[in-house]
Ligand binder design. Structure first.
Ligand code: ATP
Ligand code: MG
Length: 440
């Protein structure tokens, strides 16, 4: 992408409305624009990052055996009357009437709809286990939308729903998502800690919030420090192995971790002073086993091996991609701007032409731009007439992992400079060597 032809409306000043660094940086870099309170457009730079986050979420959901579909944002009130949640949901739900005066709503979540899809076509235990997910917009009329897309009213959610014949099977489905979440957040460059969450009347140990530690987080969290060293399950994890997944779950839940709602002062105090951590955190995911809470009122049953009808055991599993993007920035930035983990960076590299119009600079930059693109890299080419200082500041601000700097003196000697955004380390290489390094 040539910067001169791109749409990246950088702000020179710090926007006053932004209270936290991620919100400030997302506005300054032109990633998002607020359209009305808590409702955002994702501009091209932001959209690139969001797409990469979604791609990682999708890969890990698929790896764990979940199957993607797509459900609408608008739902009929009828389904929610069946489950009893139409009245319960309160003011967070945006209720709408269509031209026939039928009550509709903008979905805040999809348990009812997926249960309806399930009951309409699945009749036998032989079709189980089943886990269906989508990545779709939700609307919750939050009382205090704030911090940009961290807590917005319209937001994206990956929501998966599992269906099983028995509670034991449902726990295995739960563990699959538990492992998928550990892998997902790790690939996004984050250390997320699963913390016990309230399960309400169902009880048990099967609701976890995945929390990222950050000073600007809205939750108060308490945990053992050892989480930092726990191993992330590998890509070749056998998701069909009941014992294998259970042992990962057991390990990751073996030490204390809780948000303020579930906090147990005595258990926390029992941890040695040096090993405990009380901090603030951002909830980026939430997984939940809720048994027959929806299958019962909505009549979602399958025929079991015994020939009888059984209510299915369900779970739901949410991740917030539009919250994850600012959460990644909270975890990875410096005074000059964002530092993207390579896995979600909007571009892999930025080629900076220090003197457009100079034949050597232009030829070198064109060559780099083409070679990197042909190798499948996402490249931003700063071919603008901006001053060198502005170009460097922009490259730092938008946080692309590698900057390839082509100045007249260096290119005359057949060289370019590579700068690592994270460490600031610079090295001078021949053009050939730079291409080899960046496409390796
Ligand atoms: P919170 O306690 O932050 O309001 P929640 O418990 O209501 O979250 P869930 O219903 O479990 O959230 O939704 C699953 C995921 O969706 C959350 O873990 C979060 O990542 C994301 N999410 C929820 N509400 C919002 C929001 N208003 N803006 C952005 N993302 C959200
Ligand atoms: Mg909420």
């Amino acid at each position: 992408m040539r910067l001169s032809r791109y749409f990246m409306p950088i702000l020179k000043e710090n926007p006053k409305e932004a209270e936290i660094v991620s919100h400030r940086l997302m506005l300054r870099t032109g990633m998002i624009r607020q359209q009305s309170q808590g409702i955002y457009s994702w501009l091209p730079l932001g959209k690139r990052v969001l797409d990469k986050v979604n791609a990682i979420i999708r890969e890990e959901q698929n790896r764990a055996g979940a199957i993607e579909l797509s459900m609408p944002t608008l739902q009929s009130a009828e389904l929610w009357q069946e489950s009893g949640r139409y009245e319960d949901y309160g003011k967070e739900m945006l209720r709408i009437r269509d031209r026939q005066d039928r009550p509709m709503l903008y979905g805040p979540t999809n348990e009812e709809m997926i249960t309806d899809i399930f009951r309409s076509s699945v009749k036998s235990y032989k079709s189980l286990p089943l886990n269906l997910y989508h990545i779709q917009l939700k609307f919750r009329d939050e009382i205090r939308p704030r911090f940009g897309t961290m807590r917005s009213r319209e937001f994206l959610m990956k929501d998966a729903y599992s269906f099983d014949l028995t509670q034991a099977d449902a726990i295995h489905s739960y563990n699959k998502m538990f492992v998928a979440y550990l892998r997902t957040f790790d690939r996004l460059g984050l250390r997320a800690i699963p913390m016990r969450a309230d399960t309400g009347p169902i009880g048990g140990n099967h609701s976890h919030e995945f929390i990222i530690l950050a000073d600007t987080g809205e939750s108060e969290v308490y945990c053992h420090k050892s989480f930092v060293d726990f191993d992330i399950p590998s890509a070749d994890t056998d998701f069909d192995s009941v014992d294998g997944l259970q042992s990962v779950f057991d390990k990751w839940t073996s030490v204390y971790a809780a948000t303020s709602e579930m906090h147990d002062e005595a258990a926390f105090d029992a941890i040695g002073e040096n090993d405990r951590l009380s901090a603030r955190g951002i909830e980026v995911g939430h997984i939940f086993y809720f048994g027959t809470k929806y299958s019962e009122p909505m009549g979602a049953k399958v025929q079991g091996p015994d020939g009888k009808e059984h209510l299915v055991h369900m779970g739901s599993y949410g991740i917030g991609p539009t919250r994850l993007v600012p959460a990644i920035i909270e975890a990875s930035h410096d005074e000059n701007g964002i530092i993207w983990p390579a896995s979600v960076a909007p571009f892999d590299a930025v080629v900076i032409n220090m003197k457009p119009g100079d034949e050597g600079c232009d030829t070198t930059c064109d060559r780099l731009y083409v070679a990197l693109q042909n190798a499948g890299k996402d490249v931003l080419y700063d071919d603008t007439d901006d001053r060198a200082g502005t170009k460097f500041a922009t490259a730092d601000l938008i946080g692309v992992p590698v900057q390839v700097i082509a100045g007249p003196r260096a290119v005359a000697a057949g060289e370019v400079e590579l700068k690592d955004r994270k460490t600031g380390a610079r090295e001078t290489l021949t053009i050939e060597a730079a291409i080899n390094k960046l496409t390796a």
